[in-house]
Design a protein around this ligand. Sequence first.
Ligand code: ZN
Length: 179
Amino acid sequence: MQTQVPAGLPESANFARQVELNRTIEGEYPLQKFTRLGESLVSSEGEVRVKMEFGYSVGYACFKAKVSATLLVECQRCLQPMEIEVSGRFKFALVHSEDEFELLPEEFEPYLLEGEEQSIIDLIEDELLLSLPMVYAHENACSDFMSRQQKEIEAEKEASHPFAALKALKADSTKTNKD
Ligand SMILES: [Zn+2]
């Protein structure tokens, strides 16, 4: 199981510096790095494909990023594991204060620079959490599972039926005896 970020893939970076360097960060981060996301998953095995391109756009220091992953989650209908594909694209401009938010062209989301380095892991995780669908359920396999489950419930009901029938019979016979 891969738990370490591959060599050359930073977990954090000075974003302003990456813009100066016109740097592209591309690779696969292990899903296990994203612990908040992990709470919504059945398994944290796998990778998140990431591409971040730093540079200038219409005079703004910014970065574009793409994230995608195949996640194993619990089907909201039958509670069995299911795979979903999530992906997101976003474009952030680096800002130094909240006052700058309103000055940004609409195409950008503000990314507030704080501290020496910024966490790439947190950024990717936020975007993945946002791209999780609100509702997910199996398309076809789920109905198979549901009908199987339904049969099991019915079988259980039937199994408990003889006992109920016996009870009714007993009550009946008591009555008969009294008469
Ligand atoms: Zn299902």
